[in-house]
Design a binder for this molecule. Structure first.
Ligand SMILES: C[S@@+](CC[C@H](N)C(=O)[O-])C[C@H]1O[C@@H](n2cnc3c(N)ncnc32)[C@H](O)[C@@H]1O
Length: 230
């Protein structure tokens, strides 16, 4: 099976650690909705989450800005509706209240946008669930990455540009109730690291309770429920 760059990254030790937590949150959020219905995967890449959802009975719509990702996802998952979107779009390409589960996993351009929270709330039906991964500038790792970026590259860091606190405020303002927040990536491994220390670091993160310090965590895995507000 052809793999995209991000699917290969997900097979490194660090990638497998992150993937396991993301998959657990996605499956749990889906189960919280009840019977599988329609789902949206924003930034689908090759379709790894669409595949997980499809296997569990969801009818999935995927979006991505990348032609190759859309082609691969369409070839590998013919039942999934794949929509090529533009980076400048500020609307999700779905009708109001048309899905009961929405994912935005590791899609920096969307999760850090001004429009994301309102749009996610618009396309989700009341009671629907959202699963998001966010980068957190207000974490030790985020602050260090931003300082290095400013000094060395003279520009803002491409991922740690926003605080998780700001995203949480936007989600709540858009009518979401935060259901879970899990801190991730406390230890300074690179995104595709294969270090043998990673399983130990992952265990330590949980054993020490770092995973519960969402507002200070480098990454935050969030699940949120859309309320009944119209
Ligand atoms: C790091 S990959 C994550 C892929 C997938 N969500 C996962 O967790 O494996 C980010 C993906 O988001 C896509 N992307 C970037 N900007 C986007 C946008 N504005 N709308 C939809 N997808 C976008 C990229 O093309 C890429 O496929």
């Amino acid at each position: 099976m052809a793999l995209t760059y991000w699917e290969r990254v997900a097979e490194s030790r660090w990638g497998r650690y992150i993937t396991a937590e993301e998959e657990r949150a996605i499956v749990l959020a889906g189960d919280q909705v009840g019977a599988p219905g329609r789902a949206l995967d924003i930034g689908c890449d090759g379709g790894r989450w669409a595949r997980v959802l499809e296997r569990r009975g969801w009818k999935v719509t995927c979006t991505d800005v990348d032609d190759d990702a859309i082609r691969l996802c369409t070839e590998q998952l013919p039942q999934v509706q794949c929509i090529r979107v533009n980076p400048s779009d500020t609307r999700l390409p779905l009708a109001d209240a048309s899905v009961s589960l929405a994912l935005c996993i590791e899609v920096i351009a969307v999760v850090s946008s001004e429009w994301f929270a309102e749009e996610a709330a618009r396309v989700l039906a009341p009671g629907g669930m959202l699963v998001v991964t966010a980068w957190n500038r207000s974490s030790p790792r985020g602050l260090a990455a931003c300082a290095v970026s400013r000094l060395r590259d003279r520009k803002p860091h491409p991922f740690y540009g926003h605080s998780y606190h700001a995203l949480r405020r936007k989600l709540r303002a858009a009518g979401f109730e935060i259901c879970s927040e899990q801190g991730l990536c406390w230890f300074p491994f690179s995104r595709a690291s294969d270090s043998r220390l990673i399983p130990v670091a992952a265990k330590l993160e949980k054993a020490t309770g770092l995973d519960r310090l969402a507002l200070l965590s480098p990454w935050v895995l969030v699940t949120a429920r859309k309320g009944n507000r119209t």
